[in-house]
Design a binder for this molecule. Structure first.
Ligand SMILES: C[S@@+](CC[C@H](N)C(=O)[O-])C[C@H]1O[C@@H](n2cnc3c(N)ncnc32)[C@H](O)[C@@H]1O
Length: 393
């Protein structure tokens, strides 16, 4: 583990300045949202097959998987995007001193290859802006809360795979008496942070170096697809937690649904995103780093020994189609986030499967166009478990 002596990234104030996806130039002639009834009439996928734990509970304001979400018929997602994206960018590029010898591929910058773990997303400024956008989405999903576990004034907290560190910084600000450690493969955290937060560079798939029974809370957000052995990570979290402490996993479910609750779980000509997910999620699975881990997380925690485990699922629309105001707001950023993510998310994984960058771009462009015409949502998962009071290490 190495303390980060000179954090290298400037805080990114604006969430997103440049869209990753190319603007879709074709005007949308049809209304963005089709009536749910029509979508139901032509399902391309089998009825919902996602497995949700029996006692998975939507907490206050929460919803469940397979929910039919009411759509509005005349929203224009493209208009939103063109307005949002026309603001231009005043961002400057400030490259890190290469203490960790970054690697470069696909026109992007990735973490150093000195680590055994290979993480599939870049770590450059564009990626940092994307992470900050997702931090905003998670905030909307939880109504501004940073966690769902019933915490009671924790003194020591660990944020695994902290990224740009925004979660760790916010948590440290909310809990000035708590020491927060954020750890990541990449030293991309800002320099000016509250005094009670510190960042370290480490590979969390390796042996953890923290003392046993140390933290009261360990937070793991947006790491689906990052680890080959989730059970080992959870076991290490269990050891590092004080008895009575909580581990919490937060992520999107890596599954897409139509607004009527139909799971799009197979290749499709009609719904490009289904095709995208089919290829990318399938490849990630074959490469040993599965993405669809959220629905398995509660059971994994229980197997490791955590108790009082709870899973909360939130609807995460990918477009402006929901009638409900809160969901529409989430959907706006959910759409932008998806468009930003499609190519960088897919390119590293699919080139390993022998796809050319051009073929991946084609799939992403087609998927992006489909985003405006269909009412999609994914799910946000918030799963926590408690280390038993009587645990010995
Ligand atoms: C999608 S980002 C999420 C960042 C942050 N948790 C958030 O929610 O904003 C995943 C982060 O996990 C880090 N990561 C991936 N594999 C890791 C590993 N084996 N050890 C430590 N960090 C890792 C990546 O470098 C990246 O910054």
């Amino acid at each position: 583990m190495e303390p980060v002596a000179e954090p290298v990234a400037e805080p990114v104030a604006e969430p997103v300045a440049e869209p990753v996806a190319e603007p879709v130039t074709e005007p949308v002639a049809e209304p963005v949202a089709e009536p749910v009834a029509e979508l139901v009439a032509e399902p391309i996928a089998e009825p919902i097959s996602i497995s949700v734990q029996d006692d998975a509970f939507p907490l206050e304001g929460g919803t469940g998987v397979g929910t039919n979400v009411e759509a509005e018929s005349d929203v224009d997602s493209e208009e939103f995007l063109s307005e949002y994206c026309s603001g231009g960018s005043s961002k400057t590029t400030s490259l890190a001193p290469s203490v960790f010898s970054y690697t470069y591929a696909n026109g992007r910058r990735y973490h150093s290859d000195r680590f055994k773990s290979e993480y599939f997303m870049p770590n450059d400024e564009t990626e940092q802006s994307r992470l900050d956008l997702y931090h905003h989405i998670f905030g909307l999903l939880l109504g501004g809360k940073l966690y769902t576990a019933p915490l009671d004034h924790p003194q020591r907290v660990l944020d695994v795979g902290t990224g740009t560190g925004l979660w760790a910084i916010d948590f440290a600000e909310e809990n000035p008496g708590c020491e927060v450690i954020g750890t990541d493969l990449s030293p991309i955290q800002p320099a000016w942070v509250p005094t009670n937060v510190k960042f370290e560079v480490d590979d969390m798939e390796e042996q953890w170096t923290y003392p046993n029974n140390h933290f009261q809370y360990i937070h793991i957000r947006s790491l689906s697809g990052s680890f080959t052995d989730w059970d080992r990570v959870l076991k290490q979290a269990y050891k590092a937690l004080e008895p009575g402490g909580y581990v919490e996993f937060q992520d999107y479910g890596c599954q897409v649904f139509l607004s009527d609750g139909t799971l799009l779980d197979r290749d499709s000509d009609k719904y490009p995103i289904a095709s995208y997910f089919h290829h990318v999620m399938g490849a990630a699975e074959r490469q040993g780093k599965p993405m669809v881990v959220a629905p398995t997380m509660k059971e994994r925690m229980e197997k490791v020994g955590f108790v009082q485990c709870k899973a909360r699922i939130e609807i995460w629309p990918l477009g402006l189609w929901p009638k409900d105001k809160r969901l529409k707001e989430i959907g706006k950023w959910g759409l932008l986030g998806t468009l930003e993510s499609l190519y960088p998310f897919g390119v590293h994984i699919m080139t390993k499967e022998g796809w050319s960058p051009e073929r991946i771009k084609e799939l992403c462009d087609w998927t992006a166009k489909g985003m405006y015409k269909n009412n999609y949502y994914t799910t946000g998962w918030f799963v926590y478990g408690r280390k038993p009071e009587e645990a010995v290490y």
